[in-house]
Design a protein around this ligand. Structure first.
Ligand code: GLU
Length: 448
């Protein structure tokens, strides 16, 4: 069978045995498309069934999460942990609490995580988890009881050498605190390295909170530099207004760019003066309100519940909200308005059709596996500090993050060229670099 037919055959099998998991199929399809030149050159990966093994999780856990709300009503959610691949290290990846979470979503995220984590060059495998719990509008007490119920099942699958979760959408420092407390209570162990994204005061790493957003901007900065350009004086649009978006905005401003728009699920906000980060943080992180509150507080800003943030003309776009948020029409609008570069702060925010529009338009495109790898890379730095019972300074940690992002960027370009593509093909470069690291480790470890 020729390589193309082999890939199609494997893809067909994966889709059949994971019916209805659309996002997972999409993530697999994107990686498999990149692998043709690799499998042509290395038939030994085909013989060893590497692609089939890599696309089947090593273990998947689904469990009931019963808890009692403030009114005394019993609630039931579904919890997940997909332990996808441990060839390079313990399973590593965040937990997402959002009503849209289902097995297909967790599998797509876990699959992406394998390649992203490998790309960082650190000793971390890939996994992901979460629950269809919606923390929005829930009291601290309800969130705590939910986290405790969730960890009461999950703890048996975790360990600093086994599986190390962190945050994702809906899981931040507050949730990590409650989860850690329950893990400690059940196991009677102060095992700092079992979760990352902890507050700095008790085992967290400096710069972890900022890392995903900062890293995305560093990646975009590297892409711009290949064309002799920078963020200086650039108009930037960021989607989302969560942890990734906030720190992407902060870093763009530090590099002399101006973020003029951001969004949440209710709509988007334009402030031609540049987003006031203190105000945004206060609304989203302290008051936990909708983004329209920003426009109420600042006369230069306008909120829109219609259209998308990508209608706002800009030089750079950083999608930092969620999967498949940037579609073909959004990409076309960005290209029409002269966008130079797009870097994904979220996981798979651009649809395949949108990525194709960027490719045709000659837009620099940094896929999430590479562009948002700074978050998990800094989690690995947190694990290093925990293992050594050490705390590094903010500056030391941030300079490690910056070096990792430069390296990820350079690796993507080098691999793309090695496999016969243009160095600007970051999708191919990221997928192949990650694949090779995991495939070589799997080959060495035998059929397990
Ligand atoms: N959820 C983040 C990601 O998508 C971070 C994972 C981690 O730090 O383990 O990469």
């Amino acid at each position: 069978m020729d390589t193309k037919a082999y890939i199609e055959d494997v893809y067909g099998q994966i889709c059949r045995r994971s019916a209805g998991e659309g996002e997972f199929h999409q993530a697999v399809d994107e990686v498999l498309r990149s692998l043709e030149p690799v499998l042509e050159r290395h038939p030994e990966y085909v013989d060893a069934g590497i692609v089939e093994r890599m696309s089947e999780p090593e273990r998947q856990v689904m469990f009931r999460v019963p808890w009692v709300d403030d009114q005394g009503v019993v609630r039931v959610n579904r919890g997940f942990r997909v332990e996808f691949n441990s060839a390079l290290g313990p399973y590593k990846g965040g937990l997402r609490f959002h009503p849209s979470v289902n097995l297909g979503i967790v599998k797509f995220l876990g699959f992406e995580q394998i390649f992203k984590n490998a790309l960082t060059g650190m000793a971390i495998g890939g996994g992901k988890g979460g629950a269809d719990f919606d923390p929005k509008g829930r009291s601290d007490g309800e969130v705590m009881r939910f986290c405790q119920a969730f960890m009461t099942e999950l703890y048996r699958h975790l360990g600093e050498h086994t599986d190390v979760p962190a945050g994702d959408i809906g899981v931040g420092a507050r949730e990590i605190g409650y989860l850690f407390g329950q893990y400690k209570r059940i196991t009677n162990r102060y095992e700092s390295g079992v979760l990352t994204g902890k507050p700095v005061a008790w085992g967290g790493s400096h710069a972890r909170t900022e890392a995903t957003g900062y890293g995305t901007v560093y990646f975009a900065q590297e892409m711009l530099a290949t064309r002799g350009q920078s963020f200086e004086g650039r108009r930037v649009v960021v989607s989302g207004s969560g942890n990734v978006a906030v720190y992407a905005i902060e870093k763009v401003h530090a590099l002399g760019g101006r973020v003029i728009a951001c969004s949440d699920s209710s709509g988007y906000l334009v402030d031609e003066e540049g987003i006031d980060l203190d105000l945004l943080k206060d609304i989203k992180e302290v008051r936990r309100e909708r983004i329209s509150a920003y426009a109420d507080a600042k006369p230069t800003a306008r909120f829109s519940a219609r259209g998308t943030v990508y209608d706002v003309p800009c030089d750079l776009a950083l999608p930092c909200a969620t999967q498949n948020e940037l579609r073909r029409d959004d990409a076309a609008a960005l290209v029409k308005n002269g966008v130079i570069a797009v870097a994904e702060g979220a996981n798979m925010p651009c649809t395949p059709e949108a990525v194709e529009v960027f490719r045709e338009g000659g837009v620099l495109f940094g896929p999430g596996k590479a562009a948002n790898a700074g978050g998990v890379a800094t989690s690995a730095l947190e694990m290093q500090q925990n293992a050594a019972r050490d705390t590094w300074s903010f500056q030391q940690t941030e300079s490690r993050l910056a070096a990792i992002m430069r390296d990820v960027h350079a690796q993507c370009r080098e691999t793309a060229e090695t496999y016969g593509a243009n160095a600007d093909d970051y999708v191919l470069g990221a997928n192949i670099t990650g694949f090779l690291r995991v495939a070589d480790a799997m080959t060495a470890q035998g059929v397990v």
